[in-house]
Design a protein around this ligand. Structure first.
Ligand SMILES: *Cc1c(COP(=O)(O)O)cnc(C)c1O
Length: 491
């Protein structure tokens, strides 16, 4: 399997090099030349545990790793770091299945991929005789940062630097990041929003001269953002796993189709579901759920992507994004893998902040359905589900849950799996506001105790840990100074 850039088909790299590079030099994203199809039936796959299934999916995408290398990465990733041996449990509540993707170290779905990325990356470095130290630069809307820090902390041969919008993450998210240990870690608050952070990181990656200077000093950049194929493809696994669980538990019959509903920001998680479908997973609709920053909703509805609009801070901050990077991969596939056409649309996005796809491409969007939830609808959904079932979901999952319920009359009776992307403990103040209407003024730790008693669930280890942890990262900067901060970190 070779990977092209979405903006240059002549570029061809094996998986390990694409993982090390993260982003292509031309600004494009790496995409597989062909999308593989399963070589086993779901009746066979349903008997596998998470790790075994992970191998059956990833072996197609990371095929320049040996079986031993890949299996060892998988074994190191999906172990006791997860608080359940199932890794991704499926919970039935209110006529729909919640696929809980938050049982890893940092209680958000980013752990599903960031638990394995450092292992893939160090294996790839070895395979390619990389001499330089790998420097992971990451912009985060809250959850990626902590999950990447947890994954890369004290991994030999790597350093990691995380930029977050200083007023754009939840208090728990911020505390999780600024208390991060590890001698190779740096966490910096930026006076700007997520898109500012992400654009500056991309600019640093694309700064040829700067990269050359750092290479001479023994460093090379890579990305732990969801643009890295080492993050994208591990995410395909849990959709296949969910399907297999439904099959094994007799909730569906062989070849029955399901719907998958995903709370979406950077378009990584739902893109993984799209690849699962293209690989042969029986999926009817991929439902893209947005919050008030509904740039993807508008795009799927009209074929016009337009980021020129106010950036709204919501109670689902990990979805507060106006430039959904991974959408570029879908665009590329919709053009019939036409790199020039894709590059021209992306140039238009960089130039005017807007592009429009043609009728042919639009037609292929029929795999998707779209919806969005306002702040009030999001909080209302948490309360509704709790009142109906006693099950508590976080704000991001609530966006998806609301959207599914608003669209379900247009669906054709399939079972639906909702990606549950964070533990409600991570967004305790919003969740308690939804449930009791009176979180205002109480500190987060009090609310966490209340959430535990109201939901009858145990406080996750990740939350207990930060209660008394010292703050190690106090640096806050202007967005123009991000490159300078990188230089300082590396000197
Ligand atoms: C990152 C994140 C999302 C959005 O996922 P994308 O892959 O960026 O679309 C949704 N919910 C939570 C909790 C997240 O951390």
């Amino acid at each position: 399997m070779l990977y092209n850039s979405t903006r240059n088909k002549n570029l061809q790299l094996p998986a390990s090099l694409a993982i090390l590079k993260g982003l292509s030099d031309d600004g494009g994203l790496f995409v597989p030349q062909e999308i593989p199809t399963f070589d086993k039936t779901f009746d066979e796959l349903k008997e596998l545990d998470y790790r075994e299934l992970a191998y059956e999916v990833m072996k197609f995408y990371f095929d320049d790793f040996t079986e031993d290398e890949l299996k060892s990465c998988i074994a190191s990733a999906y172990d006791e770091k997860f608080d359940t041996p199932e890794i991704a449990p499926l919970v039935y509540a209110g006529n729909v299945y919640y696929l809980e993707l938050f049982h890893g170290k940092t209680i958000a779905f980013k752990d599903m991929a960031l638990s394995i990325l450092p292992h893939l990356m160090t294996a790839a470095a070895k395979k390619n005789d990389l001499k330089e130290e790998i420097v992971i630069l990451t912009a985060t809307s809250g959850d990626t940062g902590k999950a990447a820090l947890a994954g890369f902390a004290d991994v030999p041969g790597t350093r990691i630097m995380v930029f977050y919008p200083k007023d754009g993450v939840s208090p728990i998210q911020k505390l999780q990041m600024v208390t991060q240990t590890g001698s190779n870690t740096s966490v910096v608050g930026v006076n700007g929003n997520f898109d500012d952070c992400q654009s500056a990181v991309k600019a640093i990656f694309n700064d040829v001269q700067y990269n050359k200077e750092l290479k001479e000093k023994g460093f090379c950049f890579s990305s732990a953002n969801s643009i890295n194929i080492g993050r994208l493809f591990p995410q395909v696994v849990y959709y296949v796993y969910a399907y297999c669980r439904l099959l094994k538990d007799g909730r569906i019959n062989a070849n029955d189709r399901i719907n998958i509903c995903v709370p979406t920001g950077n378009f990584g998680n739902i893109l993984a579901a799209y690849y699962a479908k293209r690989m042969g997973l029986p999926v009817n609709k991929l439902i893209c759920a947005s919050n008030d920053n509904k740039v993807l909703f508008d795009f799927l509805k009209t074929g016009v992507y337009d980021k020129n609009r106010p950036f709204i801070l919501t109670c689902s901050p990990s979805m507060d994004i106006l430039i959904s990077s991974n959408l570029e991969r879908l665009i590329y596939h919709l053009t019939g893998n036409n790199d020039e056409k894709c590059a021209s649309l992306m140039n238009s996005l960089t130039g005017s902040g807007r592009y429009e796809i043609d009728a042919d491409m639009k037609e292929q969007l029929s795999d998707f359905m779209e919806g969005f939830a306002t702040e009030e609808e999001t909080l209302g959904e948490i309360k509704r589900l709790y009142d109906d079932t006693g099950y508590v979901i976080d704000t991001h999952t609530a966006v998806a849950s609301y959207v599914y319920n608003s669209l379900k009359d247009q669906l054709t009776g399939e079972e639906t799996v909702i990606a549950s992307t964070a533990s409600p403990y991570k967004f305790a103040s919003s969740v308690m506001k939804a449930l009791s209407g009176e979180s205002v003024g109480k500190d987060d730790m009090t609310l966490i105790d209340e959430l535990s008693s109201i939901s009858n669930t145990e406080i996750p280890q990740a939350v207990k840990e930060i209660k008394n942890a010292p703050v190690r990262h106090k640096n806050e900067i202007e967005k123009e100074d991000m490159k300078k901060a990188v230089t300082e970190f590396l000197s």
